[in-house]
Design a protein around this ligand. Structure first.
Ligand SMILES: Nc1ncnc2c1ncn2[C@@H]1O[C@H](COP(=O)(O)OP(=O)(O)OP(=O)(O)O)[C@@H](O)[C@H]1O
Ligand SMILES: [Mg+2]
Length: 306
């Protein structure tokens, strides 16, 4: 039997919040082939970023483990590059220098200075940023910063590219451009990608498989959808394609029918308790209380959605 390229094996994680245990993930089991584009989708707070952080080696699973090309993941490494929602560029370095930093880290023993220079420019041209090499992050737009973040990760030639809502902070047009660039790059380089998204169309357009997560606590994989649309994919042609619409419908049904009510945590956090108190107060006192709830943290989201 073929061994999977990336094996996420029965992972679970328990956090301690305010001295109490909180089980975020339970028995998440997934095998990914080399070159596959996999999306993770699920309601806010279900545990998508936690899965990604475990694969990245930033969080340690309480149970189970991750094996990449036969080796267990136990710490972060350049073989798993992460693109965050808000590009994490160093503001005092230029576009070129931000990519250079990653390239030097990975290739200092295998590429000479001229080769590194060529490689940095090549990766920035893949994301159409070769015209702004010497600009600082503060001098370019949000979409451009995100392009640089992607170039920096591609330049590391990671085994797996991990993307946590990479286009979430962008306007619809920039987002569409970047999705198209990512599809082109992935087709030509054959990267293995795991991308978190809240956008159903984005998931169907880009993915070979869509992994749909159940609501937490103790979130796990609910369903996996194989997206067998031929590549290259064209967003305009797909908008009226019966298969595309069918895939989209299946994800929507999972999210808004099968998983429509995120569960309330058994032990509500202080923030959640505060919200419940607010909900029980007479209408006249709601305005003051609303200011409070705006400041609350993650646990609140669940209560609000429920
Ligand atoms: N370091 C941590 N300590 C305690 N609890 C955590 C920690 N990281 C995540 N959690 C909890 O685990 C659950 C899953 O969080 P996670 O960030 O993975 O959700 P998500 O699906 O990525 O949500 P979103 O779509 O809003 O980004 C949440 O209830 C969160 O509060
Ligand atoms: Mg997240």
């Amino acid at each position: 039997m073929k061994t999977p390229y990336l094996e996420i094996s029965h992972i679970g994680i328990e956090f301690t919040t305010e001295g109490e245990p909180f089980r975020a993930l339970q028995d998440v089991d997934l095998s990914i082939d080399k070159g596959q584009f996999v999306s993770l989708i699920g309601h806010s707070g279900c545990g998508k970023s936690t899965v990604l952080n475990i694969i990245a080696g930033l969080y340690e699973a309480s149970e189970g483990g991750v094996i990449l090309e036969g080796r267990e993941v136990d710490k972060p490494g350049p073989d798993r590059a992460v693109v965050f929602q808000n590009h994490a560029l160093l503001p005092w370095l230029t576009v070129y220098q931000n990519v250079e930093l990653a390239v030097k880290r990975v290739f200092r023993k295998t590429k000479n200075k001229a080769e590194m220079h060529e490689w940095i420019e090549h990766n920035l041209s893949l994301v159409h940023m070769d015209h702004a090499l010497h600009k600082l992050p503060g001098e370019i737009s949000g979409g451009m910063k995100q392009r640089v973040g992607i170039a920096r990760c591609l330049a590391m030639q990671p085994k797996v590219l991990l993307m946590d809502e990479p286009f979430g902070a962008l306007d619809a047009l920039t987002r569409a451009h970047l999705q198209d660039s990512l599809m082109e790059i992935q087709t030509s380089l054959g990267n293995t990608v795991i991308m978190i998204t809240h956008d159903v169309d984005e998931a169907v357009l880009l993915s070979d498989r869509i992994v749909m997560m159940t609501n937490g606590p103790a979130a796990t994989i609910g369903e996996i959808l194989d997206v067998k649309l031929p590549r290259p994919r064209n967003r305009l042609a797909l908008a009226e394609d019966a298969d595309f619409i069918h895939y989209r419908q299946q994800v929507l049904e999972f999210l808004y029918d099968k998983q429509k009510n995120p569960q309330i945590e058994k032990k509500p956090t202080d923030a959640a308790r505060k919200l419940q108190e607010v909900a029980c107060k007479p209408a006249s006192s709601h305005d003051d209380a609303a200011v409070d709830t705006g400041k609350t943290t993650t646990g609140t989201d669940k209560t609000r959605a429920a």
